[in-house]
Write a protein that binds this ligand. Structure first.
Ligand code: UTP
Length: 292
């Protein structure tokens, strides 16, 4: 079986739920303590064995390209500046060597399915991973790698899932699943943003999937769905109904960087474990919480 080495990160959404922060700043570049959200996602992909990453961008997302590039002026300034400066210099340079980066623009914001369909020529005939640009997952065992292992076991498209609350399921997708083993399930149907009568289960796709290249022909035939957008879920439903997909209830904490509360949760929890500021931040939070 062909090893999965390619990943696609769709990052061409408009981020309307995080305005005004995202008026000119891509939401994928919002920092969690000291790294932009998309760097956590790229690092997860790399730890999962991915070597080639296509980031789908659009107008105004040039900052993302810059972040994964070299910055000679900055590097020159940091050089020879003592151990602390050298350490940060290495960190800055290493970002550009994390993977082979490719960029393509989604010229119109027509939905996640439409964005992923821009990846056809990058992907060719290989299976590939998709990591949604606003879902940061922090954990020992990278979530993308957990999906890749399931792909290697079953040879089918794989969905990263978690259970969401009954009150929230209408904002997500809902999957029809039956157990395979451990945290793996067979998925035979799904629906995007279900109305209460259409909920199939509380399992929802959260930010990661592994897809076979056949998804592109399906996407070509997928009409606009919920919100008038070409939904990746609709294309994956066709795949799930025809050949089945595997759902992995992945380990790791997922942060939704697409909404304000999710961003705050990511900031606080990552800061508490941060080697440089974690200890002081914990003390600060303890003091602050006494006043709440
Ligand atoms: P979202 O629906 O969360 O992104 O899409 P959005 O459009 O930025 O959100 P709001 O509702 O306006 O705040 C999930 C992922 O799909 C990408 C987004 O960048 C995000 O990573 N996406 C979405 C695209 O790349 N293109 C699209 O047309 C839509």
């Amino acid at each position: 079986m062909k090893k999965i080495t390619k990943a696609v990160i769709p990052a061409a959404g408009l981020g309307t739920r995080v305005l005004p922060a995202t008026k000119s700043m891509p939401k994928e570049m919002l920092p969690i303590v000291d790294k932009p959200a998309i760097q956590y996602i790229v690092e997860e992909a790399v730890r999962s064995g991915i070597t080639d990453i296509l980031i789908i961008t659009n107008r105004g997302k040039g900052l993302i390209e810059d972040h994964f590039d070299r910055v000679p002026e900055l590097e020159a300034k940091l050089q020879g500046g003592g151990a602390a400066k050298e350490k940060i210099l290495k960190e800055v340079v290493d970002i550009s060597h994390l993977a082979n980066f490719y960029f393509v623009r989604q010229k119109e914001t027509r939905g996640l399915g439409h964005a992923v369909n821009r990846a056809r020529s990058f992907v060719g005939n290989d299976p590939f991973a998709v990591l949604y640009g606003d879902d940061v997952i922090i954990g020992e065992d990278p979530a993308c790698g957990q999906l890749i292992r399931a792909y290697e076991e079953y040879g089918k498209g794989v969905l990263g899932v978690k259970k969401v609350s009954p009150e929230a399921i209408h904002k997500y997708s809902s999957l029809k699943v039956e157990p395979l083993h451990d945290n793996l399930y067979n998925c035979t149907d799904m629906v995007e943003k279900p109305t209460p009568d259409k909920v199939l289960s509380l399992f929802s796709i959260l930010g990661r999937c592994v897809l076979p290249p056949e998804i592109f022909d399906i996407l070509d035939q997928t009409p606009p769905g919920v919100g008038g957008e070409i939904q990746l879920t609709d294309a994956m439903r066709t795949l799930a109904r025809s050949q089945g997909m595997v759902a992995v209830e992945f380990t790791g904490k997922r942060y939704d960087m697409g909404n304000k509360l999710g961003i705050l949760q990511a900031q606080v929890e990552v800061a508490l474990n941060h080697p440089e500021v974690g200890k002081d931040f914990r003390e600060y939070l303890k003091e602050l919480s006494k006043t709440l």
